[in-house]
Unconditional design. Sequence first.
Length: 102
Amino acid sequence: MARNGGGRCKPSGAASGAVTSAPAPFPWKAALQAGLCRMRLDPKTFWTMTPLELAIATGMHRDAGTGAPGRGALEALMLRFPDRAFGHGNADDDGGPVKPAE
């Protein structure tokens, strides 16, 4: 009896003799050391984190193509989110902390 509409199935890489490399085992010792000792997370918080969250929190995760924004993007962010509390700054601001309105 023919399967898949009469066509032949292609063998998988393993069946064809191709060598596949297994992913590296998860570094549990390093993860526990980073989370519980260096970051001082409580066990409940540590065990609810995903490996990706832990990697980002420890600075070990690096996305290709990410990094600091360029000058144009930084200027756009500065215009959109100025360093003023609730708009109480003024044009001759000395750069010091903004005092709350009285």
